[in-house]
Ligand binder design. Structure first.
Ligand SMILES: [Zn+2]
Length: 317
């Protein structure tokens, strides 16, 4: 049996997993998983060496390929990370070459949200579909698109940046330099900021002192009946619904999965999102797209990058 390594490089931690080559089967999960610190300031070469050390520690000498995922603009064909919001200084970093050298096996490099979408398509919420979109809602808002049975990367490799689709032209500034991007409206920081503003305005901050700290706390407050928290998620769901309608108008996929920490809020988010989608599309039939929670949790990019590496290695054979 062959094993494939999946690597998800975040700003703080690197998530790692070893997946067996039969992982395309629905029950596929990682055989071994772990986390090591990123220490981005030390540069990508040192990170690749630490990943190698972790692999050696698992006795995984039979790893046959590696998938490397991280946030940012990735040119997968050249194996380059162009620029990343989380990895300062990793500019035009030749991640594929660095990891191939460190690990001694073929590597593929992919945007983390694309890898997560691929993972969900192969082993999660998008199984068996030929057109599928996956959104990951966290500090950043990422997207990935599967069309005609393969990951769609576009002419540049940068396709799927749904988090930077403009939802509200005069909206709040986004880290990318635009205003009113989906990420600037429903990223974790935007949710927390809006909650604090509303608690401040309503004098309710004392009633729910913890709720304004994170989307997760806010979701718990909403579940306890906190009106401000419920209002924030209703608004968040509405913005999400507008984005879903845009996706449907452009791609008309069979399903859209929504994952990431913010999506953990569940129906208080999905309900208003589906309702807005229904009201926003040109024709009722367009609203028949399934909008579902993602299934693989925060390991989607690890599993997806490994499955992608395996598929590319198989294609090259
Ligand atoms: Zn943006």
């Amino acid at each position: 049996m062959a094993f494939i390594l999946g690597v998800d490089i975040g700003g703080t931690d690197i998530k790692l997993g070893i997946v067996d080559e039969a992982a395309s089967k629905p029950a596929a999960r990682e055989l071994v998983s772990g986390t090591i610190p990123t220490r981005a300031g030390e540069g990508p070469e040192r990170a690749a060496a630490r990943v190698r050390a972790w692999c050696d520690g698992q006795g995984a000498s039979r790893v046959e390929a590696a998938g490397i995922a991280c946030a940012g603009l990735i040119d997968g064909r050249r194996g380059l990370l162009h620029v990343s919001p989380n990895l300062g200084g990793w500019v035009d970093a030749p991640l594929r070459d660095l990891f191939e050298r460190a690990l001694g096996v073929p590597a593929v490099v992919e945007n983390d949200a694309n890898a997560a979408a691929y993972g969900e398509w192969r082993a999660g919420a998008g199984r068996g579909l030929s057109s599928f979109v996956c959104l990951t809602l966290g500090t950043g808002v990422g997207g990935g698109i599967v069309l005609g049975g393969s990951l769609y990367r576009g002419a540049t490799g940068f396709a799927g940046e749904i988090g930077h689709a403009v939802i509200c032209a005069d909206g709040p500034p986004c880290a990318c330099g635009n205003r009113g991007c989906l990420e600037a409206l429903i990223g974790a920081r935007a949710i927390v900021r809006r909650a604090r503003e509303l608690y401040g305005a309503s004098g309710g901050a004392r009633a729910e002192p913890a709720a304004g700290r994170s989307p997760e706390e806010l979701a718990r407050a909403a579940a306890r009946g906190d009106e401000v928290a419920a209002r924030v998620f209703a608004e968040t769901g509405r913005y999400l619904g507008i984005a879903l309608a845009n996706i449907v108008h452009i791609l008309a996929p069979e399903a859209i999965a929504v994952g990431g920490g913010v999506a953990g809020a569940g129906e208080i988010l999905f309900g208003p999102a589906r309702e807005t989608l229904r009201r926003s599309v040109m024709d009722d039939r367009m609203a028949e797209v399934r909008v579902v929670p993602a299934e693989l949790g925060n390991r989607a990019a690890v599993l997806g990058s490994a499955l992608l590496a395996h598929a590319e290695a198989a294609g090259a054979r």
